[in-house]
Design a protein around this ligand. Structure first.
Ligand code: HEM
Ligand code: HEM
Length: 179
């Protein structure tokens, strides 16, 4: 039930997939709106929430990679070897970009000299020294990775819909219900 098999996704893989998917898509939309907010109390709250949810995504993405490393990966259901290869490459991106994006955010904030506090609990230890130049670099990285994530997710979601509505196989259903 919890573990994957050769032809089904277990409960943990499915749960983590959809929680990360919802949070990442929400953060891409929310992050883009941050710059439109006027400076003030609400913007402060929104940035704090963005940073905390981002750190949560980092923790979930690490959990997913660990879980993936001692679990089977279900076989692709349909398609040519080339399609299977493209799906594999996209999945690798979708494992790593949700790690890279929060990391670049943390490094950006810390380099600008702004602490990263996880849900008003503890402050993350400094991973980088104070340098506005480095901050600007990681800000650039944060923007570029956001763009890469958006394109990869769109292609991935369109592929899932193609499996469901055109190929009429159980690829999408399997990620929702397990098999
Ligand atoms: C509406 C959006 C999404 C849909 C419809 C969707 C659908 C799917 C489906 C059907 C699979 C199974 C593919 C297969 O068995 O070959 C899958 C796997 C996967 N998806 Fe998504 N997905 C979405 C969003 C995302 C997002 C936002 C991410 C990451 C940021 C993501 C990361 C992954 C990864 C890493 C896999 C490989 C299996 C795993 O370990 O979870 N997906 N997705
Ligand atoms: C998967 C997680 C994350 C996603 C998808 C995400 C996405 C985004 C996006 C799309 C933007 C707007 C970028 C732009 O306008 O160029 C943004 C801005 C920002 N993000 Fe994130 N972010 C994530 C995690 C984090 C984390 C963990 C932090 C810090 C701890 C962070 C800090 C910031 C800050 C401070 C800004 C405003 C930058 C500015 O002033 O332009 N983000 N984020």
């Amino acid at each position: 039930m919890f573990m994957n098999t050769q032809d089904r996704y277990g409960l943990i893989a499915r749960l983590v997939h959809w929680v990360i998917a919802a949070l990442v898509i929400g953060m891409l939309a929310g992050g883009s709106l941050l710059s439109l907010l006027p400076p003030g109390g609400f913007k402060g709250l929104a940035v704090a929430a963005h940073k905390s949810i981002g750190v949560l995504i980092l923790l979930l993405a690490v959990t997913r990679l660990l879980w993936r490393s001692f679990n089977l990966q279900p076989r692709p259901l349909r398609g040519t070897p080339v399609q299977a290869y493209i799906a594999r490459v996209l999945h690798v991106w979708l494992y790593f970009l949700p790690l890279l994006q929060p990391l670049s955010g943390i490094l950006m904030s810390q380099a600008y000299g702004r602490p990263v506090v996880f849900f008003e609990g503890f402050s993350l230890p400094p991973l980088v020294w104070h340098s506005p130049l480095l901050g600007a670099f990681f800000r650039e990285v944060h923007g570029v990775v956001a763009g890469l994530l958006t394109v990869t997710i769109v292609v991935h979601a369109v592929a899932a819909l193609k499996h469901h509505f055109i190929d009429r196989d159980r690829t999408l259903v399997r990620m929702l219900k397990g098999r």
